[in-house]
Design a protein. Structure first.
Length: 572
């Protein structure tokens, strides 16, 4: 079939369905999408919880717990020991399929009653206020971290220790405010840089030490603002940039951003990859419109945050680890043929299901383990399952779900956004595609109002001592007002925050002034270094070069963008 232009059912913009796309849809026996790639991505991200944590009570053992579910959604939440215990089975919540009702309506009713795990915790120690961590110790406000120790307010920190305010890092040690960087030690404000130590304010640097305020360096020492110094000159000059002072940090940030915008950058961050388009891609092959893919992603399209051997898939987010043939999925490891589902792990032939483990042949199921041939959590024989799923797919075409925005959901669409158990501003959708409350509601998303707080004796962040050396131990008893408070920053601002004892110790050890904004706002500020998940066709900005490329850097931005050839010639 030839390429076709389709109007997105959601945003009403035109998008292209290419001939290769039709071949994929035909292979997995699903109809082509009616939403454009960006709207499909946002819809999936709206079903992934972000950072908000709430106080709750385990609905099984009645213990006080921390949960990712707001009480307004009436989710039945279990603590991890109860959730993974043997005293209950999700199949107990089975439902017969009613052909008089739409599938999504019935799935939504099942979603209301099946217990959920309050926090994703696996073999952690002293990580009470964390979600999605695996084998971590002494971590607070960490999310999706693996085998990390003594971390605070960080996301996707892997094999790391003693770090604060750092995301998407691996093998990081004594690190503050870093993003998408690996094998770094004693670093501060380091972005998209690897194998660096004793450095601050870096972007896209590799193998550097004792560098400050630099962009695009390779294997350099004793540089400040990209200017070379001798060791003796560096030691003398660096004293002018004492980050124990908040005033100096602000001044350094401003100068760093000036150099960042003046220094040409590669059109895309792509490493060790062949035949790919997108951004922030490592070790991938034959992938189009892919973003933040890692190691062994092959023959894929419209992928975000996937890695570790994901193959032959479309429209997947947060998946991989030896998986194949995913379509419209959010999460999933070690699985195959997972369609329109969330978190199918070690499973096969899964459709419209959520967080199933070691299962096969499921349709519309939630939290099942070690099951096969189930529909709405009800057990069937193989023959019954195959006959009934054929009828259900057809019924989904004949009796579609229509949401409050009059969008039609037939077989082949991901879950309707209004059925998410997280409001938009509690989800990853809001992190990468932020909306105001009015915009979110107008697009059919739900919205969670900020909790009313009555804080007493709050310190205004602007009144904090400028230098960490002038901060007393009493600061851990104080409540600090976020500098973004009352500014409508739209970053899930918590309005106030506290400094923890181990956090204060870290700032003193690293000679860093205290932050002035809350952890959520600091996280969102780091995300501004990420390019959007869309591509523009542009030309190289190097004089006399006529190369063209697809880049995630829009023409309206300040950056000077080079093609690969010109970038390599000037910086590598």
């Amino acid at each position: 079939m030839e390429n076709q232009i389709q109007q997105c059912q959601n945003c009403k913009n035109d998008f292209m369905i290419e001939s290769e796309d039709f071949s994929f849809y035909k292979k997995i026996k699903v109809p082509p999408p009616t939403w454009c790639p960006e709207c499909r991505l946002i819809r999936r991200l709206a079903f992934r919880e972000s950072r908000p944590l709430y106080k709750d009570i385990c609905d099984k053992c009645n213990k006080d717990i921390i949960s990712i579910f707001n009480e307004n959604y009436n989710v039945k939440a279990y603590c991890s020991p109860c959730f993974w215990g043997n005293e209950w089975d999700a199949i107990e919540y089975e439902r017969d399929y009613d052909f008089k009702k739409s599938f999504f309506e019935q799935y939504f009713q099942l979603q209301k009653i099946v217990p959920r795990e309050a926090l994703g915790q696996k073999n952690n120690e002293n990580c009470e206020y964390s979600n999605g961590d695996v084998r971590c110790k002494n971590c607070t406000l960490t999310f999706d971290c693996v085998e990390s120790i003594n971390c605070y307010n960080s996301q996707v920190a892997v094999y790391s220790k003693d770090l604060i305010d750092s995301d998407s890092v691996m093998n990081a040690d004594h690190t503050y405010e870093s993003f998408a960087s690996n094998n770094i030690y004693n670093t501060k404000f380091v972005y998209f840089s690897d194998d660096c130590l004793d450095c601050s304010f870096l972007f896209n640097c590799i193998g550097c030490s004792n560098c400050f305020g630099c962009v695009n360096l390779r294997n350099q020492k004793y540089r400040i603002w990209n200017i070379q110094y001798t060791k003796e000159e560096y030691i003398k000059e660096i004293t002018k940039w004492d980050l124990s002072s908040y005033t100096i940090i602000k001044k350094a940030k401003e100068k760093f951003m000036e150099i960042y915008h003046k220094t040409p950058r590669r059109f895309a961050l792509i490493k060790n990859s062949v035949d790919v388009t997108g951004d922030d891609i490592l070790g991938s092959k034959n992938c189009k419109y892919c973003f933040f893919t890692r190691l062994g992603v092959e023959n894929c399209k419209y992928i975000f945050a996937c890695g570790l051997l994901l193959k032959d898939s479309y429209d997947a987010t947060f998946g991989g680890e030896k998986s194949e043939i995913f379509y419209e999925t959010s999460g999933g490891m070690g699985s195959s043929r997972s369609f329109f589902s969330r978190a199918s792990n070690s499973s096969h032939n899964i459709e419209y299901s959520d967080r199933v483990t070691n299962c096969s042949n499921l349709f519309g199921c939630i939290n099942l383990r070690n099951k096969q041939y189930c529909i709405l959590n009800k057990q069937y024989t193989k023959e019954e399952y195959e006959k009934l799923t054929i009828k259900i797919r057809q019924q989904m075409m004949d009796v579609p779900y229509i949401d409050r925005m009059n969008r039609i959901y037939k077989y082949g669409e991901f879950f309707p956004s209004e059925l998410s158990i997280w409001s938009y501003n509690e989800s990853w959708g809001h992190k990468y595609f932020p909306l105001t409350k009015e915009e979110a509601l107008n697009k059919g998303f739900n919205w969670q109002e900020n909790q009313t707080r009555d804080h007493q004796n709050v310190i205004i962040s602007g009144e904090l001592a400028d230098n960490i050396r002038d901060i007393s131990d009493k600061i851990i008893e104080e409540v600090i007002e976020c500098a973004h408070y009352k500014t409508n920053c739209n970053q899930q601002c918590t309005e106030v925050f506290k400094i923890l004892p181990n956090e204060l110790q870290f700032y003193r050890q690293m000679n860093l002034s205290l932050p002035r904004i809350c952890p959520n706002c600091r996280h969102c500020e780091r995300l501004k270094f990420i390019n959007p998940m869309k591509l523009w066709h542009r030309k190289c900005m190097k004089e006399d070069c006529h190369n063209e490329f697809e880049t995630a850097i829009s023409p309206e931005r300040k950056e000077i963008v080079y093609c690969e050839k010109c970038y390599q010639a000037e910086f590598i």
